[in-house]
Design a protein around this ligand. Structure first.
Ligand SMILES: Cc1cc2nc3c(=O)[nH]c(=O)nc-3n(C[C@H](O)[C@H](O)[C@H](O)COP(=O)(O)OP(=O)(O)OC[C@H]3O[C@@H](n4cnc5c(N)ncnc54)[C@H](O)[C@@H]3O)c2cc1C
Length: 462
């Protein structure tokens, strides 16, 4: 598929602050439209969470990361950023709810709550059938959105199953979390019934059915060119994406400033004087801020409490170096039961090439928690228990390997709270008074959604 070619218009200089996926996509689009771009990243590498670490001969990601193939344009852009050095992945997945493992879905299986609960939930869902539109939910909570979409019974059930990941009641979270949480559809009836119900468009959008033989079943309307459900870098783990994106952007002409921070923005009539690293200055025609509203507010002296409106989840990652014969077929399993610590267990070596030495494989267990918990403060005490949980959900076999690594990640998943939108208003008002400053919405979660959203903004600029 062809990516937009450059045009002949006058070159403008854009500064992009923040080099994670949003910033990388903005830089790429601006370069394609023949602009000069300086990308400023505070860390020593670009990519944010899309990076990897080396552990002996292993390359480890920070949890389970894949590029979902959700529409042709977005996937084409990601492919181009990686010079097509990717492998296709059709993940083998399962989820666990109430101790019941359901193959081929990553969402909670509500049928595990028993026929009485499900009948009530289904009745409620049908009663709500005309209000499935969740637009206009700014300032509303996730529980309001879920009730509006599925009815109160289903909303309450889903809300309980999400607590392990969100570490809070979903009534504290903004409706903007919808896309980030596994509740885009509900698994409320068996696949046969779901197939019949989904013939009606209104149910199609609400009801989930597994589609093991058709990985693109839910995406066929937007993604027709690339056949696989997901893609993954050919080398270097997910960090291979960031390395390739870095060199691709530089080849396209971007200047990338690592370990750098913007300290001041002086707005002139048509341009900005941007100071970074305290003394260095650049004149820019435009600025895309991909580093969060709170950091921009500090730089331009707008008082707010944005940081407190992002619910940040600490994550403990347990990595086990195992013999490849100990690995099951699964790419990952989501476990929604609060009787287990593991939220997601993945076997990256089942989909990621070149991340393990010959004959070895690795298991990665994601444990969302809080910084007061015993497991956060003494994670090594729980190593055997975590391995036993992994055994019990059927993702690995055999005895606990001797070689393991534990990593405490203080901020991993970030979910907007209900008042984020309100708290953003002063900085949004300031931006409206400027020309060519854009603050990227940090509430967009999935990689493909970030790429789509940022590309849409950039296409309006060119
Ligand atoms: C464990 C986990 C697994 C996930 N798995 C998947 C998956 O499989 N598929 C999927 O689609 N999505 C997944 N996601 C979600 C997705 O990967 C992230 O939401 C997304 O990559 C975040 O990118 P971002 O561009 O919004 O930026 P952020 O990560 O918020 O990054 C902002 C960047 O700006 C930099 N920065 C901050 N302040 C400054 C400053 N003052 N100046 C300059 N730079 C600054 C930071 O260093 C960072 O690089 C996962 C998320 C997590 C946590």
């Amino acid at each position: 598929m062809n990516i937009k070619q450059g045009s002949n218009k006058r070159k403008k200089h854009w500064v992009v602050a923040g080099g994670s996926l949003g910033g990388i996509t903005a830089a790429y689009n601006l370069l394609i439209s023949n602009n000069d771009v300086t990308l400023i990243e505070s860390a020593p590498v670009i990519g944010g969470v899309n990076n990897s670490i080396c552990w002996g001969d292993f390359t480890l990601d920070f949890g389970c990361h894949l590029f979902g193939n959700e529409d042709d344009t977005t996937t084409a852009l990601l492919m181009d950023l990686m010079d097509n050095q990717v492998v296709p992945v059709d993940p083998i997945i399962a989820s666990i709810t109430n101790g019941i493992k359901t193959e081929h879905i990553e969402y909670p299986d509500l049928t595990s709550f028993g026929s009485r609960q499900v009948s009530l939930a289904l009745y409620d869902l049908i009663e709500n059938i005309n209000s499935d539109n969740y637009e206009g939910m700014a300032g509303r909570s996730m529980i309001e959105l879920l009730s509006h979409r599925y009815g109160v019974t289903t909303a309450n059930i889903i809300s309980d199953t999400l607590k392990k990941l969100t570490q809070t009641d979903v009534s504290n979270l903004s409706a903007d979390c919808f896309e980030a949480l596994p509740c885009r559809r509900v698994k409320i009836v068996n696949d046969e019934s779901a197939k019949l119900l989904k013939a009606l468009p209104v149910f199609d959008d609400l009801i989930l059915r597994s589609s093991p033989d058709e990985p693109m079943f839910h995406y066929g309307k937007t993604a027709n060119i690339f056949p696989s459900r997901a893609y993954y870098p050919l080398t270097g783990g997910m960090g291979g994406f960031s390395l390739r994106a870095h060199s691709k952007l530089e080849k396209m002409g971007a200047k990338i400033r690592l370990k750098s921070k913007i300290n001041n923005i002086e707005c002139k009539s048509d341009t900005f004087n941007i100071t970074f690293n305290d003394t260095e200055k650049q004149i820019a025609d435009g600025l895309i801020w991909a580093a969060g509203g709170e950091t921009l507010s500090k730089v331009v002296n707008i008082k707010n409490n944005l940081d407190a409106q992002i619910h940040k989840i600490p994550l403990i990652l347990y990595y086990f170096d195992m013999n490849s014969t100990q690995a099951s077929k699964y790419s990952y399993i989501h476990d929604f039961d609060d009787t287990h610590f593991i939220y997601r267990a993945s076997i990256p070596s089942n989909y990621a090439p070149n991340v393990c030495p010959e004959g070895r494989s690795y298991l990665c267990c994601e444990i969302p928690t809080n910084t007061d918990s015993d497991i956060w403060n003494s994670p090594e005490k729980y190593e055997q228990l975590i391995w036993d949980e992994a055994l019990s959900i059927g993702i690995v076999t055999g005895i606990k390997p001797l070689n393991s690594l534990i990593k405490n990640v203080p901020v991993s998943y970030k979910f907007p709270k209900v008042n984020l939108y309100e708290e953003l208003q002063p900085i949004i008002s300031w931006i409206k008074q400027q020309k060519n400053i854009f603050l990227l919405d940090q509430t967009i979660f999935a990689k493909s959604s970030i790429v789509r959203y940022v590309s849409d903004i950039c296409s309006e600029l060119s």
